[in-house]
Design a binder for this molecule. Sequence first.
Ligand code: UDP
Length: 482
Amino acid sequence: MKRAELVFIPTPGMGHLASTLAFAKHLLDRDDRFSITVLVMNPAFAPTNHSLVQFIAASDTRVRFIHLPQVDPPPKELFFKSVEKFITEYVENYRSHVKEAIINHVLSASLPLAGLVVDLFCSSMIDVAHELGVPSYVFFTANAAFFGFMLYLPTRHDQVGIEFRETDPESVIPSYVNPVPPGALSSFALNKEGGYICNVNHGRKYKEADGIIINTFSELESHAASSFFNDGTPPVYTVGPMIDLKGKAPSGDNQAKHEIMKWLDDQPPSSVVFLCFGSRGSFGEPQLKETALGLERSGHRFLWSARLPSRDDGLAKPTDAENLEEILPPGFLERTRGIGMICGWAPQVEVLAHKAIGGFVSHCGWNSILESLWHGVPIATWPLYAEQQTNAFQMVRDLGLAVELKINYRLGSGVLVMAEEIENAVKCLMEADSEVRKRVKEMSEKSRQAVIEGGSSYASLGRLIEAMIANVTVPARKSNMW
Ligand code: UDP
């Protein structure tokens, strides 16, 4: 039996590390011919949190971690100009360390190297793979339609040579069913400070990889899936949904988690709307007030993860709101006692799995979307950052799988989402027999079928594994394969 080693290179930061490790575990659980080495970069600002790494290291000896030395981050000002450009440059600064670690610790070992699995911000590491003469696979943590957008960027750039503008007409992007308005594009597409061009370069680079691995399933993104055929794109492997590694890792605040779950146990089935906005979602006081009013007027029970922006201009994670009496409308907490609960970080996957949850107001991070579909909970869209506007657009317009609260909202834009908009969206979201709810339930079934034997993602992962094993000795041939 042929055995081989893979080197995983995640972007630093909890979200990327967690998704990468989830995939690493998924691969190892499926096929014991692989061993995996994960190269861990330090986060640029936050202190390194190794609890997840320690948890995996202790629970799975087939995953080895190599902690790379600290490198200098780019100037802080770049972070505020373009987060994507900042991360891209920071990762590029790790290139020589990555190459050295592979030469010293992986190539010297007995197993052959089957390739590098690089995160979407780590496309510069595809060059390291070229230099070492091994295959590279992009682990794309967003969805297939957005991967299509990344491929569209260099094609469009070669024609027009300039970033998108708010006044542009809708863009016909092959991986989306409907033309996409500029308001539904990621902020980086409009960014003149390096954010746009660095993503054009990522899109170009992805085409040099030997395969693209995406946490999605073909039943959900059939349009995007078929848009990749016959256009020189590397083989795309849809291997999801992969859900909830973090939920299994030791949680910091078990007491809060216990209280949330106990409160949900006391609520009627499908009666609670859950509001949660990802790892970086937070709102200032005026928006929290509007949200409170909207929730109260909707008349529905709610579980609301309400967090405030960090005090350092967004470099650190948001903080849990503490002085809620002062922030929220007078008497709100008293009036909603018993029908509403406000929390900080929520055990999202467990919450979505609870029978009391009837709807989810979400920032439309891709993991959140997959988690809510898995549990058959419909979403009302309230995108904030990254590719969430495009995700919201796709879920509402292309797929009919979500209720529109907002599509073109951007965090930091100064725009307030008014109580009335929230009230109306929550009422619509919580309708018992809506078409959206029915479609989401059907998609939930399909998501579960996709990953079991005979399912589309199960088969796609099998094809990826065979390609990886074949590529150990045989040079990669590029063709599309699902
Ligand atoms: N999450 C959570 N509790 C929270 C906020 C987020 O458990 O209060 C988890 C959520 O379940 C998901 C991840 O954090 O797995 C967020 O990933 P997503 O891609 O949705 O958004 P991002 O944080 O990358 O913006």
